[in-house]
Ligand binder design. Sequence first.
Ligand SMILES: Nc1nc2c(c(=O)[nH]1)N[C@H]1C(S)=C(S)[C@@H](COP(=O)(O)OP(=O)(O)OC[C@H]3O[C@@H](n4cnc5c(=O)[nH]c(N)nc54)[C@H](O)[C@@H]3O)O[C@H]1N2
Ligand SMILES: Nc1nc2c(c(=O)[nH]1)N[C@H]1C(S)=C(S)[C@@H](COP(=O)(O)OP(=O)(O)OC[C@H]3O[C@@H](n4cnc5c(=O)[nH]c(N)nc54)[C@H](O)[C@@H]3O)O[C@H]1N2
Ligand SMILES: [Mo]
Length: 772
Amino acid sequence: MSSPDDPQQEPARDEPAVGPDPVGPPQFAPYHHPAAGWGAAKSVTRFLVKEGAYVDGPRAIMRMNHESGGFDCPGCAWPDDTKGLHLDICENGIKHVTWEMTRKRVGRDFFAAHSVTELSGWSDFALEDQGRLTGPMVYDAGSDHYVPISWKDAFELVGRTLRELDDPNRAAFYTSGRLGNEATFLYQLMARELGTNNLPDCSNMCHEASGRALQASLGTGKGTVDLKDWEVTDALFIMGVNAASNAPRMLTALADAHRRGAQIVHINPLIEAAATRTIVPHEFVDMALFKSTKTSTLNLQPRIGGDMALVRGMAKAILEQATADPQALDRQFIERHTTGFEAYRALCGATPWEEIERQSGLGRAEVLKAARVYRDADRSIVSWCLGVTQHEHGVDTVREIVNLLLLRGNLGREGAGPSPVRGHSNVQGNRACGIDHRPSPEFLDRLAEACGIDPPRAHGLDTVSAVEAMRRGEVTVFVAMGGNFALAAPDTPYTYEALRGCELTVQVSTKLNRSHLVHGRQALILPCLGRTEKDHQRGGVQSTSVEDSMSMVHLSVGMKRPASPHLLSEPAIVAGMARAALPDSGTPWEWYIEDYDRIRDTMSRALDGFEDFNRRVRLPLGFRIKQPARELVFLTPSGRAEFSTAPLPDVVPAPGTLALGTMRSHDQWNTTIYSDNDRYRGVRNLRTLVFLNTDDMRERGIAELDPVDITSTAKDGSTRTLNGYLAIPYDIPRGCAAGYMPEMNVLCAIGDYSTQSDQPIMKHLKVTVTKA
Ligand SMILES: Nc1nc2c(c(=O)[nH]1)N[C@H]1C(S)=C(S)[C@@H](COP(=O)(O)OP(=O)(O)OC[C@H]3O[C@@H](n4cnc5c(=O)[nH]c(N)nc54)[C@H](O)[C@@H]3O)O[C@H]1N2
Ligand SMILES: Nc1nc2c(c(=O)[nH]1)N[C@H]1C(S)=C(S)[C@@H](COP(=O)(O)OP(=O)(O)OC[C@H]3O[C@@H](n4cnc5c(=O)[nH]c(N)nc54)[C@H](O)[C@@H]3O)O[C@H]1N2
Ligand SMILES: [Mo]
């Protein structure tokens, strides 16, 4: 056995291959090595070799996230290093880029050889593993094959179908969060010019709760801090995020923070790799020297859904302490900038410790420990991701986090504030550029003026309501800009039926996936350029812009020859569809595509925060969208930061049941599965698993790797079951369970979305687990 602190063991370990579907038996052996490091390096090397990208791969990687002239990593939304770091990269970013740059191709021959029915029997891994799509294809029902179609005819099919709708609200336009800002802007413009706000997006499944909570509390839907704040803060609270896998470049910030003596508190039912030790992603020298750095000073394991009670407990402790210690609260800040403090104080006072302990699943001493760290820090940042948002009470929990920050004036100053970790690399930019099914009147007024259109005012459909509307036959055209909606959305069989009921489904994609096989009566696959690829238009090589988790907007320019000469850029595909659907449109669609600066000029007139866009986006690190709350300007009804006073939800599972959270493995990107391994959690060759507490296993007579059946019970009482999953004993609180998305979407009922955020409740399924 090697000890957790002995990274020297690392190179000797035979790392799992990132390759085709694993052939070996499922294995589980707790992993005791620092996150990143040699395991990451080996994993990356195998991946580059497998994708045949070992020449282009490294060259591209050197250009990733560069201060100038590079492309933005299409992986996560973590901001780029502010000092223009020359290797600001990570294992998963490299895998992600390499995945896009694969030499494999899915051409006409492929579709001629395989019917849709046959492909439907393939694994999702096998589908994407075929490589890049090369030309537009249309479904031919007679032969059950996709057959080639010209771009012109493809656009005409979309245009005709949209024109023939008796109501534009019969169409829905989905966005997956990697779409660049320019294409995003044109896409929402097309939808609104058609007359609908039906703009569901992946954000409806991840940070809708954060946006709504921050908007209500602070009058701005985003976090207020940037990387510089991370560099000077005294305490970091990291809640519900698996940083080592999903935002690996955060490890750099955590390691730096630890080195300068900051406190780092991880709050997660699972002790994830980032909560132990790390080798900083880009520090290959450290890797060679086997040096690892600590990235945690305290780990707390609340029960699933217990975060709000924990934060309430911390606030209660601070308020109790304030009676003897005037410095515990920032009274001046509270008086000047907030409203609702007295009510919140009363609520904390009235919340008994027993309830806080029961709901958080933590002992009072642990809650006090976290409160002590918070009290002793002059500046604190709270960062969170899906572990906090994908719950019934996601909005209340984020608001409770803001309450806690307000108590000590941790807002609007250096090193302090809320810092949600966003998902897709441009999911934040999508919202900023108009992908919003609930647009504000101010946004629509400005858009109307800048673009000379008359946008619809009624709110549109989000992800869940779009699925429901398709299922009822009300929405009949579904267009997806990227993503893999069939698998990403909850209640897989229900979503399949919804998509299959459509008259036309259109998928703008880079690779083959399930959403091409679960399609409407008519279906199109429209292949697009990836972010790594050169985008040639009449006006020369074009760049697009993206916005990261911390509101930095910068340009991304592709450098590779496109995977096929028949690909179009995403802006060009939108323009092609728009021209065909809106023959009388006054929008100069083609003119925009010749030179994306023209799109950006219109965006500077239409979008708040994008003034002087073309100039500012060309600054070395781009520009930061102004955050009013950062300047202590609160666009709330009261003009102040607003404390909230929501009751604690009851999150304790009923006897005999467990709360199950769905999450990602280390070797996947949402619905894209790289391998069946989850290195940091010690799993090999297995995805159909459920992590369980050992006492919960014993009570049910379940042993390690035993097959089990998992049954979820929805709010409406309906049940859904997955059979034959393997049980993995894990360090997770009693009453909690975890497993992988997207497979477990089978267990998420379509009706089980949060009444606060409309987000599917993907982190808190009510399940029973029994031996199969
Ligand atoms: N490599 C890679 N990077 C990615 C992605 C990817 O799939 N692969 N996906 C991207 C996207 S779109 C997103 S939105 C983000 C997602 O990033 P994450 O939010 O890290 O995603 P999940 O894997 O769902 O992990 C959720 C974490 O929350 C914890 N958790 C579960 N329930 C609770 C709870 O009740 N309370 C707390 N405190 N924690 C809980 C889980 O243990 C897990 O560590 O990552 C982005 N980055
Ligand atoms: N149970 C459960 N379900 C979840 C979640 C969960 O935690 N639990 N998380 C949710 C979250 S946070 C998210 S964000 C969604 C993810 O949902 P999506 O964003 O819909 O899914 P992805 O898997 O990211 O999409 C992968 C596909 O995108 C396409 N693609 C890749 N690059 C490009 C590109 O540059 N352009 C275009 N046009 N297409 C491209 C490829 O064809 C690839 O197959 O899943 C959600 N579903
Ligand atoms: Mo996401």
